[in-house]
Design a protein around this ligand. Structure first.
Ligand code: NAP
Length: 246
């Protein structure tokens, strides 16, 4: 049994997930760094965690594969005896107007952003229900709060996630399990890295705080929601967006 609390962060090789993994390690969690394709990046995250005296392990696997996610959770429970926190962070954005969106593109987004979290949640619940405690944080998006042209599949996946969060808050409250969604606005990562210059300018002007966010801005809220200080918060969708959705 691990003496530290144990957190699984999906999609922790880059961007927001990387910032979350590092922050949780600083908060004294044993961090499971899940990644799919970016092995070298994930290894660097683990190195950075070790440099600050933290602990972590790597787990390669796509959130879209139910058996692989179940295997990840079983391995974590075998190795550490518990799971205290699941952060469903892995996600994809395939911007395209609905008229141009092909079925396989729609399905990839839903499979990664909505069905993946469903698999991961189902897998961790066995342990969390037995423990009578646990926290789940779903990485939603501002795209679930207001319509952004070209993001219909993405908005559908993230809105579905918010709905699942609200329902599960009620289904799981008797077991001491709290679940919330975070809705980031525009955060500087690879996901937003290839947006056209003119669109970037327009986005920045529309943000009341007049800056793009950083992974750490989101990780700060994850840290809080995972802490004892957040023990009366469940079923919420909380924006970290510089006021964009206000
Ligand atoms: P990113 O820089 O593109 O990183 C995406 C991460 O997800 C990578 O670690 C990637 O791992 C992982 N991933 C993708 N598909 C996966 C799969 N099938 N299985 C496991 N891991 C997978 O994205 P980000 O900006 O950090 O976004 C992280 C989360 O925040 C996403 O859910 C996104 O929708 C949400 N979000 C981001 C923004 C923003 O402005 N950046 C705004 C709102 C919400 P590999 O590289 O190893 O495949």
């Amino acid at each position: 049994m691990s003496e530290k609390k144990v957190a699984i962060v999906t999609g922790a090789s880059r961007g927001i997930g990387k910032a979350i993994a590092l922050r949780l390690a600083k908060d004294n969690f044993m961090v499971v760094i899940n990644y799919n394709k970016s092995r070298e990046d994930a290894e660097k995250v683990l190195e950075s965690i070790k440099e600050i005296g933290g602990e972590g392990i790597l787990f390669q696997g796509s959130v879209t594969d139910r058996d692989v996610m179940d295997g990840m959770v079983k391995e974590v429970v075998n190795q550490f005896g518990r799971i205290d926190l699941l952060v469903n962070n892995a996600g994809v954005l395939r911007p395209k107007y609905l008229m141009m969106t092909k079925l396989d593109e729609w399905e990839e987004t839903i499979a990664t952003n909505l069905t993946g979290p469903f698999y991961c949640i189902k897998s961790v619940l066995r342990s969390m229900i037995e423990q009578r405690s646990g926290r789940i944080i779903n990485m939603s998006s501002v795209a679930s709060l207001s319509g952004i042209p070209g993001q219909s599949s993405y908005a559908a996946s993230k809105s579905g996630m918010n709905g699942m969060t609200r329902v599960l808050a009620k289904e799981l409250s008797n077991y001491g399990i709290l679940i919330n969604s975070i809705a980031p606005g525009f955060i500087e990562t690879d996901m937003t890295g290839d947006f056209p210059e003119t669109a970037l300018k327009e986005y920045k002007n529309s943000i009341p705080l007049k800056r793009f966010g950083h992974g750490e801005d989101v990780a700060n809220l994850v840290s809080f929601l995972a802490s004892e200080q957040a023990s009366y918060i469940t079923g919420q969708v909380i924006a970290v967006d510089g006021g964009l959705s206000a």
